[in-house]
Design a protein around this ligand. Structure first.
Ligand SMILES: Cc1ncc(COP(=O)(O)O)c(C=O)c1O
Length: 375
């Protein structure tokens, strides 16, 4: 069977929580796009638009959105979060609740609302017995929005989104999920968790390029977001250039968040990556990732010098395992691993490994051996 990925054989890629390698189908799609552009330019632009729609269908299926009317394709997660923060109307005294351990993008957008009298409540969830309850307890009648990552970037805590979404509904609070650390790795259901917003760039577990991101906005709250960017592509009929003198009509679906020309090359690439993942099946991918992380946890724990910083309880982790080695400089350990072709990251005061479904055991064994040998 043809392998899905063709990493060099000396590369140990354990960094899907940062920027993933591309599958072969994605490379082929980008080469085909480049060849087409070189030979015939945009003659087949209508076909590119079909690919754009196909990608929206795949993204809708991936998160169980009601329809593609709830899906926009933006530049990145930060842009989507900014649309929400800048688009909602707040009044002085409102607050927003987030885990203290969020990635900077899911902090600064809310903290920037301080000048409007909005407080951002940072709730410690790392090492807490019931992190969901800690977040719920931090909400009150002035909590306008709860925003969290489905899986935290540094130590990989996976939150029970259904519980959080239900609590938000009860409290009349909007629910925003940064799903970049779970889409493509574990199953996600925007309807079951009652998310109002879901954002995720494509370059991590979805194995696509940087700069092509999902922005989900539940249909019946789309008109609650003031639009802060404008352009031709967000109009109801963007290709009808005869209406330049009439009143503008903005699309009544998520296309309203796409102001200008789409990133067609990124779209071709992410469409190929997601096509592969959906063909394999996210349930199957999830099983393989959890099994790989479990293997890493077990192998690391068998080295007496290792402390695992990530949650190890079933259901509380996805694709990330972060650890420290005793009595060594762990920043140097991470550098040593990277110098030896182990692609990983230093996050959450430890070394972070993040294998995908296709990562072989012998690849992980190479990394463990190097961790063991470092002094
Ligand atoms: C949880 C989380 N959110 C957002 C991002 C990145 O956001 P963007 O797509 O804006 O680069 C990362 C990247 O590491 C992340 O881990």
């Amino acid at each position: 069977m043809k392998p899905y990925f063709q990493l060099d054989k000396d590369i140990v890629h354990l960094n899907h929580a940062a920027v993933a390698p591309w599958p072969c189908v994605t490379r082929d799609a980008v080469i085909a796009f480049a060849n087409e552009n070189t030979a015939i330019g945009s003659q087949n632009y209508l076909l590119w638009m079909q690919t754009e729609q196909q990608l929206k269908q795949k993204l809708a299926a991936l998160i169980n959105a009601q329809s593609t009317d709830e899906i926009a394709i933006l530049k990145n997660t930060s842009e989507g979060l900014s649309f929400i923060a800048q688009g909602l109307e707040f009044t002085t005294g409102d607050n927003i609740v987030i885990p203290a351990e969020e990635f900077p993008s899911n902090k600064v957008v809310w903290q920037a609302l301080k000048s409007q009298g909005v407080t951002t409540r940072l709730v410690i969830t790392d090492g807490v017995e019931n992190p969901e309850q800690a977040l719920i307890d931090a909400m009150d009648e002035r909590t306008r929005l709860l925003s969290c990552s489905s899986v935290q970037y540094a130590r990989g805590l996976r939150l029970d989104l259904n519980q959080l979404g239900a609590a938000c509904k009860l409290n009349n609070t909007l629910f925003c999920v940064d799903a970049i650390q779970s889409l493509g790795a574990i199953q996600f259901d925007a309807q079951a968790c009652q998310a109002d917003f879901v954002v995720a760039d494509g370059h991590k577990w979805m194995c696509g390029p940087e700069g092509t991101a999902l922005f989900y906005c539940r249909r019946d709250i789309q008109d609650k977001l003031q639009l802060r960017q404008h352009g031709w592509h967000m109009l109801k009929d963007p290709f009808d250039f005869s209406q330049q003198h009439s009143e503008i009509q903005i699309a009544d679906n998520a296309q309203r968040f796409e102001s200008g020309s789409p990133n067609m090359m990124g779209i071709a690439a992410l469409n190929a990556s997601l096509g592969l993942l959906l063909d394999i099946g996210i349930a199957k991918i999830q099983l393989a990732i959890i099994s790989n992380v479990f293997y890493l946890q077990k192998q690391l724990a068998s080295l007496s010098t290792i402390t695992i910083l990530s949650p190890t309880t079933n259901g509380q982790f996805a694709g990330i395992v972060t650890f420290q080695k005793d009595n060594v400089d762990n920043v140097k350990l991470c550098q040593y691993l990277q110098d030896n072709n182990v692609i990983c990251a230093y996050r959450g005061d430890g070394v972070r490994f993040s294998p995908h479904f296709y990562t072989d055991k012998d690849i992980m064994d190479k990394a463990i051996k190097l961790v063991d040998s470092f002094t």
